[in-house]
Design a protein around this ligand. Structure first.
Ligand code: FEO
Ligand code: CA
Ligand code: CA
Ligand code: CA
Length: 603
């Protein structure tokens, strides 16, 4: 088995171009296959997918819809067996069901199938021969396989667990929540668990009567939860806990970072209130100089914030069962901060600023510290459950939709994907968000002071201003823009063992070219900013994940909502990906076929 690629290795492949195809396209010398698709069996006894004979019972045991975050964790020393975790963010009901009549009229049975298609999947994988390709395991018992869905029991942890804001009729203790919703991006912790962000949870709540309590209305408004009678997804017609007129605290039980142990199919996943409640894109952990665990997080909405959590207890760098059990408690207690960015070019705006860089300093403003609220007039419970309203009082920087926020595994630089913001006006630009009507997005790096993830101050710099490289308001890490691939709407971030930054896009299709895709950009050395397009996804789809395996031989990503678009329906599909019938969201594995000495992804 080859060792992982050496750090700092240059990129070598010839980038793929725009194509408009209803297919995954990869560079010469690479191949791809569908690893698993919506409806494929996951748990024992699950039936094969049958588009025209769907049922709740089948979907509860089959792979869910709209695959998003993807991670692969090893199961053996040779890395020939692994567990795959996949988020199922949401459903396109109009593509799932023939003759979908809309949320007000849909048969509650269809709504329950939709609910069952949310959540996540654990799927045991095995390597195909000695290649970089992976397939669902056929040998052995597949004992790790598991579906997590809208009725899976979750335990609330942290200071706000049990508080008055999370108690409901069905859960008077406020400690046990059914389900996880709109799981977007995520991360793998150093102790081998999955973190997953509950993002646009507001859409699942309907109201059979207007909400009149003024405090509740203010809180709902800040999170986009409806306050007037009406529906979003129709779910309150299938389960009355999704009716806020009936159960006003149920929305407070979503919008958290959840932690799942993929190695224990019987474990109860947890929702960590200490990490705050907002539209979590995901969470990624680094270890501070003194051993505390630090989780970086984005709140994906126009003009929302970047956050971090610092644990009270310290990480134990060991592999024993006791070490792991200890580490699995780290996210239950600690301090919560929100970021304020200050530019260092007072003459800004100007493109580029007078010092030639979009950069500056920043502070982590405490929301909760040493178990105390740092926000006037709000208790710790309120700060954790209504985190957006608490942060608003501290004056953090309103960002252009913070998506994935992820520390580089070697340098510790924290990369933040800011996907776009079409509502920023010329009067609202600042050095960290320097473009009005930001259609194409940007990527920022922050370096914690003293290279310590627990620091309360940092420096920052923009590493990518996406868009047509011929446009003077773009910036590709200072690299010669005549040699880069164009990119728009960076959303998900990952790193390979050579330290290269990978980006997946959501919204490139429609803003810059026909398809979304996956890109790699070196962030150190002479090749810094030499961004190349590695892959494109089928029409209508966004590209999620991405994930590069620790041995550097495999890239995985999710083809989310293939065929999505105006007028799309099962009777007039805009995509037939991947199998020529109805479009099915899928996870795809990519590997190198050129039989050279190693076969690393990106070379
Ligand atoms: Fe679900 Fe922020 O993308
Ligand atoms: Ca996303
Ligand atoms: Ca500057
Ligand atoms: Ca990521």
């Amino acid at each position: 088995r080859p060792t992982p690629p050496e750090y700092g290795r240059p990129v070598g492949f010839t980038p793929v171009g725009d194509n408009g195809l209803d297919s995954v396209v990869v560079p010469n010398g690479y191949d791809w296959s569908v690893t698993i698709a919506w409806g494929d069996p996951v748990e024992d006894g699950a039936p094969e997918f049958d588009f025209d004979n769907q049922s709740v019972d089948a979907q509860l045991r089959q792979f869910g819809y709209n695959a998003d975050f993807v991670a692969v964790l090893p199961l053996d020393r040779n890395f020939d067996r692994a567990v795959l975790w996949v988020n199922h963010e949401y459903t396109n009901d109009e593509l799932m069901f023939r003759g979908w009549p809309g949320p007000e009229a849909a048969d509650p049975e269809l709504l329950r199938i939709s609910m069952a298609a949310h959540g996540g999947s654990v799927v045991e994988l095995e390597r195909v021969g000695d290649t970089g390709e992976w397939k669902p395991a056929t040998r052995g018992r597949r004992r790790y396989n598991r579906r997590v869905h809208t009725n899976t029991e979750f335990r609330l942890t942290g200071a706000a667990a049990g508080s008055e804001h999370v108690r409901t009729g069905a859960d008077p203790d406020g400690t046990t929540v059914l389900g996880t919703l709109n799981n977007c991006a995520g991360g793998v912790t150093p102790w081998g668990t999955i973190l997953s962000g509950e993002e646009n949870f507001h859409q699942y709540f309907g109201a059979t009567a207007d909400v009149t309590d003024s405090a509740t209305v203010e809180r709902y408004n800040r999170y986009g939860i409806r306050t007037s009678a009406g529906t979003g997804r129709g779910w309150e017609r299938a389960d009355e806990r999704f009716d806020v007129a009936n159960e006003p605290n149920e929305p407070n039980r979503f919008g958290w970072v959840v932690e799942v142990d993929p190695y224990d199919p019987d474990s109860t996943p947890r929702k960590h209130t200490a990490l705050g409640r907002f539209k979590h894109e995901g969470a990624n952990v680094n270890i501070a100089a003194d051993g505390r665990a630090v989780a970086y997080m984005g709140d994906d909405e126009r003009f929302d914030y970047v956050y971090k959590f610092v644990s009270r207890k310290k990480y134990r760098d060991g592999n024993s069962k006791r070490d792991r059990e200890h580490n699995m408690t780290l996210l239950e207690d600690g301090d919560l901060y929100v970021a304020k960015f200050t530019g260092n070019s007072p003459e800004f705006p100007g493109n580029p600023p007078a010092d030639g860089l979009f950069d500056g300093t920043g502070e982590w403003l405490p929301l909760v510290k040493d178990g105390e609220s740092m926000v006037d007039g709000m208790t710790v419970d309120e700060v954790l459950v209504f985190t957006r309203l608490a942060a608003d009082k501290l004056g953090p920087t309103k960002m252009d939709r913070p998506e994935d926020v992820e520390p580089h595994p070697v340098t510790g630089t924290v990369y933040i994907a800011l996907t776009n913001n079409n509502r920023r006006t010329p009067g609202q630009i600042d050095e960290p968000n320097p473009r009005p009507d930001n259609k194409f997005g940007h990527v920022m790096g922050i370096d914690e002071d003293g290279a310590d993830a627990a620091a309360t101050s940092f420096t920052w710099h923009i590493v990518l201003l996406a868009g047509d490289p011929e446009n003077p308001d773009t910036y590709y890490g200072g690299f010669d823009k005549s040699q880069v691939s164009q990119i728009s709407c960076p959303d998900n971030v990952a790193f390979d063992p050579a330290g290269r930054l990978w980006l997946a896009t959501d919204g490139m299709s429609g803003s810059l070219g026909p398809n979304d895709g996956m890109f790699v950009m070196p962030v150190e050395g002479e090749d810094t900013g030499h961004l190349r397009r590695f892959l494109s996804v089928p029409v209508g789809a966004e590209c999620c994940g991405p994930f590069i395996t620790p041995d550097g031989r495999t890239a995985l990503m999710a083809v989310q909502h293939p065929g999505d678009g105006d007028g799309a329906s099962p009777d007039s599909p805009l995509s037939t990906f991947p199998y020529g019938g109805q479009p099915r969201p899928s996870v795809v594995t990519v590997w190198r076929t050129v039989p050279d000495e190693d076969g690393y992804i990106g070379d």
